[in-house]
Design a protein around this ligand. Structure first.
Ligand code: FNR
Length: 371
C-alpha cells in the first residue's frame, strides 16, 4: 500500500525571511568548471537543474580574492567580471523559485605557488606545510607549497576581503552568503589547535583561535545583514590534515559565540565524515551544537532519504544538505518524494572540467517535465 504520510524532509520551513517549501538543501560542491575562476554559462543549466520552488541551493565554494584559490577553475567573486558572470546563473535559479546562497572561501595553505599571484607562497595561520602530495579522498591536488604565516597586521585585510566578497555576492543577486569555515581551509587553519601554532591574539586559547572566524562573521553580517549570513563548520572533520584535540569544545564555543551575531544559520558537517567524503561510524553527534545554537541548523554528511527524514523528525536539524546525491540527481527532492531510485554518482567526473559530462548530464525522472 502506498505510504501517504508527508516526509519530514518535504515539509515547509521558514528560514528567517525565506519560505522554504522543503528541507533538502544542495550542499556546496566544488566542480572546477569555472575556467580562469570565472563562472561559465554552463553553470546556468547545472544550478537551474537543481533548483526548485522554495528549495535552498548553496553555490560551490567561491574565492574571496586572488590568494584564495587552491583548485584550478574554481570560481571567484572578487572581480567585476566574476560578479557579472554569476548574475545569469543566479537569475536562472530565481526563475525557478529557488533560494540561492553563495559559499565564500579562502583556501589558505591548501594551494600551491602555481595558483597564487606572482607565484607567491600560499598564506595561512601557520608556516607548517601540508604533506606535499596529500591525496584527500578523490581530490588529487597537485603539490601543496609551504605556506607563509600571516602577520598579525595582515589579518584585517583578509577579513575585509570576505566583507567585499559578501558585498559582491549580493551585487550578483544571491540571497545570502555562506562563510566556509570548514574542511581545513583558511578559517579552519585558525580554528583548529593542531594547525594553528600562533602566539598572537589569533592563536592559543579557543577564544583566540575563533577570533578570525568571528571577525569575518561580524564584518560580513554588518555588510549585508545577519539575516542573510550562514556559516559552515566541521569541527570533527580531519580533511586536509585539519585536526582539533577537542572538536566538541570548539563546536560549542563557536555556536555560542555566533549567537551574539544573530546569523541566519549554522551548517555543520557530521562527525561521521572524518577524512574526505567517506562515511565512518562515530559515537559523536552534532546535537549539543544544534541545541546551543539559536538560529537555524543545517546538517550534512552521508545523509540518505531515511536518515534525513529522521534528523528532521527528531529535531536534530532544520534542514539537511545533500552533496553527492544531489550532484547525481538534479531532481533529488522529487525522487525522495516518490521513493524513486537514485542515479549513482560518478566520482571520476567530480573534479573534471567538462561542462556536460558528470555535470549537466545526470538524468531526471521522466515524469517531472524537466528532462
Ligand atoms: C564537496 N564538499 C564541499 N564542501 C564545502 O563546504 N564546499 C565545497 O565547495 C565542497 N566541494 C565538494 C565537491 C565535491 C565534488 C564533493 C563530493 C564534496 C563537501 C560536500 O558539501 C558535502 O559536505 C559532502 O559531500 C558530504 O555530503 P554527502 O555527499 O554525503 O551528502
Amino acid at each position: 500500500m502506498e505510504d501517504t504520510t508527508i516526509q519530514p524532509l518535504l515539509t515547509p520551513y521558514k528560514l528567517g525571511k525565506f519560505n522554504l517549501s522543503h528541507r533538502i538543501v544542495l550542499a556546496p560542491l566544488t566542480r572546477q568548471r569555472s575556467y580562469n575562476n570565472v563562472p561559465q554559462p554552463h553553470a546556468i543549466l547545472y544550478y537551474s537543474q537543481r533548483a526548485s520552488k522554495g528549495g535552498l541551493l548553496l553555490a560551490e565554494a567561491t574565492g574571496v580574492s586572488d590568494t584564495a584559490q587552491g583548485y584550478p577553475d574554481a570560481p571567484g567573486i572578487w572581480t567585476k567580471e566574476q560578479v557579472e558572470a554569476w548574475k545569469p546563473i543566479v537569475d536562472a535559479v530565481h526563475a525557478k523559485g529557488g533560494i540561492f546562497f553563495c559559499q565564500i572561501w579562502h583556501v589558505g595553505r591548501v594551494s600551491n605557488t602555481g595558483l597564487q599571484p606572482n607565484g607567491q607562497a600560499p598564506i595561512s595561520s601557520t608556516d607548517k606545510a601540508l604533506t606535499p602530495q596529500l591525496r584527500a579522498s578523490e581530490v588529487d591536488i597537485a603539490d601543496f607549497s609551504p605556506p607563509r604565516r600571516l602577520r598579525t597586521d595582515e589579518i584585517p585585510q583578509i577579513v575585509n576581503d570576505f566583507r567585499i566578497a559578501a558585498r559582491n555576492v549580493m551585487e550578483a543577486g544571491f540571497d545570502g552568503v555562506e562563510i566556509h569555515g570548514a574542511h581545513g581551509y583558511l578559517i579552519e587553519q585558525f580554528l583548529k589547535d593542531q594547525v594553528n601554532d600562533r602566539t598572537d591574539q589569533y592563536g592559543g586559547s579557543l577564544e583566540n583561535r575563533c577570533r578570525f572566524a568571528l571577525e569575518i562573521v561580524e564584518a560580513v553580517a554588518k555588510e549585508i545583514g545577519a539575516d542573510k549570513v550562514g556559516i559552515r563548520l566541521s569541527p570533527y572533520t580531519e580533511f586536509m590534515e585539519s585536526v582539533d584535540s577537542d572538536p566538541q569544545a570548539l563546536g560549542l564555543y563557536m555556536v555560542e559565540a555566533l549567537n551574539k551575531y544573530g546569523i541566519l544559520y549554522c551548517h555543520m558537517v557530521e562527525p561521521r565524515i572524518k577524512i574526505g567524503m567517506e562515511v565512518c561510524e562515530s559515537p559523536q553527534s552534532l546535537v549539543p551544537m544544534r541545541k546551543a545554537f539559536n538560529g537555524s541548523f543545517i546538517a550534512a554528511g552521508g545523509y540518505g532519504r531515511d536518515d534525513g527524514n529522521d534528523a528532521v523528525a527528531e529535531n536534530r536539524a532544520d534542514l539537511v544538505a545533500y552533496g553527492r546525491l544531489f550532484l547525481a540527481n538534479p531532481d533529488l527532492p522529487r525522487r525522495f518524494e516518490l521513493g524513486a531510485p537514485l542515479n549513482k554518482y560518478d566520482r571520476s567526473s567530480f573534479y573534471t572540467s567538462d561542462p556536460v559530462i558528470g555535470y549537466t548530464d545526470y538524468p531526471f525522472l521522466e515524469d517531472n517535465g524537466n528532462a
